[in-house]
Design a protein around this ligand. Structure first.
Ligand SMILES: C[S@@+](CC[C@H](N)C(=O)[O-])C[C@H]1O[C@@H](n2cnc3c(N)ncnc32)[C@H](O)[C@@H]1O
Length: 281
């Protein structure tokens, strides 16, 4: 069946509105552009004839609250366009705070040589850091094998595969050596709070990327004790925090002899990136 883009858009907007999507007209336009194979952000011509079957397929997925990024298959992060999948978290703009924090703590772009990303997911943090530190190489670790495959694919996609390697592992357990920069955005949602998140997150992103256990702090308890042995003397670790976790995570770091170097707010003003280093003697 062939209908015009304008008519299809009006119906699609109503359908997405009924499904509880916040910006239904904008998303209907994006999905139609996708169905028509238009370049990102191009506005469909209202008079153009469209392939209704393909548009319907994409629309049904979004009406079921599947995230737009998963439907599109890609997500922008920092300067990079990354592939995403249901194996791990879709990179969030607020996680870019970790890259800003790293650049503020380690401003000499040529001095950073070794970068570690614990819970790498799509590889977003490691690849963004490698893009900023041209002499660095890095390792990304994730417990989900499909995430590791995805991260490696992203490294090739953004032409950084020569400086990035990805391994399946449980946090830093199997790692030796020292790193100038350690990045981690661990799962930090309290287990009981996951059901209350938006359907896009609760039903479509994996628990392995979200669930921080009781109180949301389990991953920090697992990761922080390894940081002192993994950091070079002047190195820093940048940890993403959930809302209201500054004090608790700061206390875990202090117990391991680490000092707070800085704390950076995200785009919404929430304390998001905690920078830690060795205590000065
Ligand atoms: C919140 S996501 C962050 C993904 C990515 N770093 C980002 O910022 O978009 C957390 C990641 O940690 C991984 N993860 C969970 N438990 C882990 C563990 N025990 N060891 C290593 N990675 C783990 C998950 O698979 C997921 O990819």
């Amino acid at each position: 069946m062939s209908v015009t883009a304008g008519a299809a858009l009006r119906r699609a907007t109503e359908r997405l509105r009924a499904a509880g999507i916040e910006a239904p007209a904008r998303e209907a336009r994006l999905l139609l552009g996708l169905a028509m194979g238009l370049p990102d952000g191009a506005v469909p011509d209202p008079g153009a004839a469209i392939d209704v079957g393909r548009f319907e397929f994409l629309l049904a997925r979004r009406a079921a609250r599947e995230p737009l990024a998963l439907i599109r298959g890609t997500q922008g992060f920092w300067t990079l366009d990354l592939k995403v999948s249901a194996a791990t978290l879709i990179p969030r703009p607020d996680s870019e705070t970790l890259i800003r924090a790293a650049l503020a703590a380690l401003p000499d772009r040529t001095a950073v040589r070794r970068v570690l990303d614990l819970g790498t997911g799509t590889g977003a943090l490691l690849l963004a850091a490698l893009a900023e530190y041209p002499h660095a190489w890095g390792i990304g670790v994730d417990v989900v094998p499909e995430a590791v495959v995805l991260a490696a694919e992203n490294a090739r996609r953004v032409a950084l595969a020569g400086r990035a390697m990805f391994v399946v592992g449980c946090w830093a357990a199997s790692l030796a050596g020292q790193f100038d920069l350690i990045l981690t955005n661990p799962p930090y949602i309290e287990s009981c709070g996951i059901g209350g998140l938006a359907p896009e997150v609760a039903a479509h992103e994996p628990r392995s990327a979200l669930d921080g256990g009781t109180g949301g702090l389990q991953a920090y308890r697992d990761v922080i004790p390894d940081l002192p042995r993994l950091l070079t003397p002047d190195g820093v670790a940048v940890l993403e925090l959930g809302f209201g976790q500054v004090e608790a995570v700061g206390a875990l770091a202090a117990q391991q002899g680490l000092r707070r170097v800085a704390l950076h707010p995200d785009y919404g003003g929430i304390a998001r990136a905690l920078v830690l280093g060795h205590r000065r003697s």
